[in-house]
Design a protein around this ligand. Structure first.
Ligand code: ZN
Length: 406
C-alpha cells in the first residue's frame, strides 16, 4: 500500500472534505515548507454569521498561516478562503478549520505558543520560532481573555491579595488569589484601594458575589484594609502571618545592626537571626551556639521573635490570645525600640492578627506564586507593557483551561 504525501499531510493536518492538499513544496535551501490547500469546486459553505448551510461561494481571498515546524522546516499553509453569499447576512469570510478568525497562525501553532509560554519567556519563544514577540503576545492575550471569560467564581469565598511589580519599584499590580483553589483569579494595575473595586467588578462578571466573600487575607497596608471594608463588608480580614513575621524580622535586623557597631561578633550574622532555627546551616548553627550565652540585645529580640512564631500554632482562640497578650507585654518591655514598634503595629491590627487562629489562612500560596512571577520577570526583561505582565501572571498561575487542540 502506498500513500501520497498529500494524503499523509491531509491526515496530519486533520483536514476534512471539502478541503484537500493541492501541493507541498519543500525548499531545502531556505528550510521552508509550503502546503497549499484548496476546496473542491462547487463546494457549498456554512454562513459564518447565521450558520445557514449550503451557501454559494461569492469570491475567495488568498491567505497564509504559520504552522508548526516540520523538523527544522518553517511551515506555511496557503489557501484561498471563500466568502459565502448568504441571503440574510450578505458576503462573509468562511471560518477555516485550522485557524481562528483573523489569526496568522494555525490552531496547532497557537497551542504550542500557549503551552511554551507557561514555561518559557516570550522572547525566547520568539527567537526560537523566528517570529516577532508582539505577534505572540497577541495570541496569548486572545487565549487568556477567552479562557478567563469562561471562569466561574461563584464558589469563591476566601481571597488573598498582595502586590507585585513588573520592575523594581514601578508598575505595581495587585494579585488576587482564590485561597481554596490556589489560583490567581484577578490581576489589576496599582496597589491602592481602587484595586478592590476592580476585583469586585470582575468577580461579579464571573458569577461571583462580593457577599460570598467571608475571608480576606492581606498585609497591613491601609489601602487594602479600607478597600476590603468598603467593598466586601461581609469579609473578615486575616493579616498574612508571613508579612507579620517579616516585620518582626526587620525589627531584629535593626537591633542587630545597631548592636554590631560596637560588637564585631555580630557582623555577618544577619541570616542566623532571620532564619528559623531548624533551617540554619551547620556553620550558622555554630555561630548561633557561640553567641547564645552572651547577653546580646539581638538575642533578646530573637527570643521575642520565636515567641511570636509560637502564636501561629495555636488552635484555641482564647489560649492564643492569651499568648499574644503575654508576648505583647514582653515585647513592649524589651527596651528594644524596633521590637516595641513591631509590637505596637500588631496591637493596632489585633483582630486581623488573632483572626488567624480561627481562619488559618495565609498568603503562603501567593509567596509561591510570587516566585513564579519573579522567575518570569528575571528571565524575560521584555514584557513591553504591564498588560503583558498581567497576561503572564494569568498564564503561569491562573490554572486556566484553554480551548485549544492538542
Ligand atoms: Zn447568514
Amino acid at each position: 500500500m502506498s500513500i501520497s504525501q498529500e494524503s499523509l499531510f491531509k491526515i496530519a493536518l486533520n483536514l476534512e472534505d471539502p478541503w484537500f492538499i493541492v501541493s507541498i513544496d519543500f525548499s531545502a535551501e531556505v528550510k521552508k515548507l509550503d502546503i497549499h490547500i484548496d476546496f473542491k469546486t462547487g463546494s457549498k459553505f456554512t454562513c459564518p454569521k447565521c450558520g445557514k448551510q449550503g451557501c454559494d461561494v461569492h469570491d475567495t481571498i488568498e491567505r497564509t498561516w504559520r504552522h508548526l515546524n516540520f523538523f527544522q522546516f518553517k511551515t506555511y499553509i496557503h489557501c484561498r478562503v471563500p466568502w459565502t453569499d448568504c441571503a440574510d447576512c450578505g458576503v462573509k469570510q468562511v471560518k477555516v478549520p485550522w485557524a481562528r478568525k483573523g489569526s496568522g497562525f494555525t490552531l496547532l501553532m497557537d497551542s504550542m505558543i500557549v503551552l511554551m509560554a507557561q514555561h518559557m519567556t516570550i522572547k525566547s519563544i520568539a527567537d526560537m520560532i523566528g517570529e516577532h514577540d508582539t505577534r505572540l503576545w497577541r495570541v496569548l492575550e486572545h487565549y487568556v481573555l477567552e479562557a478567563r471569560s469562561n471562569e466561574d467564581f461563584s464558589e469563591v469565598k476566601s481571597v488573598g491579595v498582595d502586590e507585585t511589580s513588573r520592575a523594581k519599584g514601578h508598575n505595581y499590580v495587585s494579585v488576587f488569589i482564590d485561597l481554596d483553589k490556589s489560583k490567581v483569579i484577578h490581576v489589576c494595575e496599582g496597589k491602592d484601594a481602587s484595586t478592590l473595586d476592580s476585583f469586585k467588578t470582575d468577580l461579579e462578571l464571573h458569577k461571583g458575589s462580593s457577599e460570598n466573600i467571608d475571608n480576606f487575607c492581606c498585609d497591613m497596608s491601609p489601602a487594602f484594609i479600607s478597600g476590603i471594608q468598603d467593598k466586601f463588608p461581609n469579609a473578615s480580614i486575616t493579616f498574612d502571618k508571613f508579612h507579620i513575621m517579616k516585620i518582626m524580622n526587620e525589627a531584629i535586623d535593626k537591633v542587630r545592626r545597631a548592636e554590631q557597631s560596637h560588637n564585631a561578633l555580630l557582623k555577618k550574622t544577619r541570616y542566623v537571626w532571620l532564619k528559623n532555627p531548624e533551617n540554619l546551616t551547620t556553620k550558622q548553627n555554630e555561630t548561633f551556639r557561640s553567641l547564645k550565652d552572651l547577653r546580646l540585645k539581638t538575642l533578646r529580640a530573637y527570643g521575642i521573635k520565636l515567641a511570636l512564631r509560637d502564636f501561629w500554632n495555636y488552635h484555641n482562640p482564647i489560649a492564643a490570645e492569651d499568648h499574644l497578650k503575654k508576648w505583647y507585654f514582653w515585647a513592649t518591655h524589651s527596651r528594644l525600640n524596633p521590637v516595641i514598634d513591631c509590637a505596637k503595629t500588631i496591637k493596632k491590627h489585633w483582630n486581623g492578627v488573632t483572626n488567624y487562629i480561627r481562619t488559618k489562612i495565609d498568603n503562603g500560596i501567593l509567596e509561591g506564586t510570587n516566585s513564579i512571577i519573579q522567575a518570569a520577570k528575571d528571565s524575560a526583561r521584555g514584557f513591553r507593557s504591564t498588560k503583558n505582565f498581567i497576561i503572564t501572571i494569568y498564564l503561569r498561575t491562573g490554572k486556566l483551561e484553554f480551548d485549544l487542540p492538542t
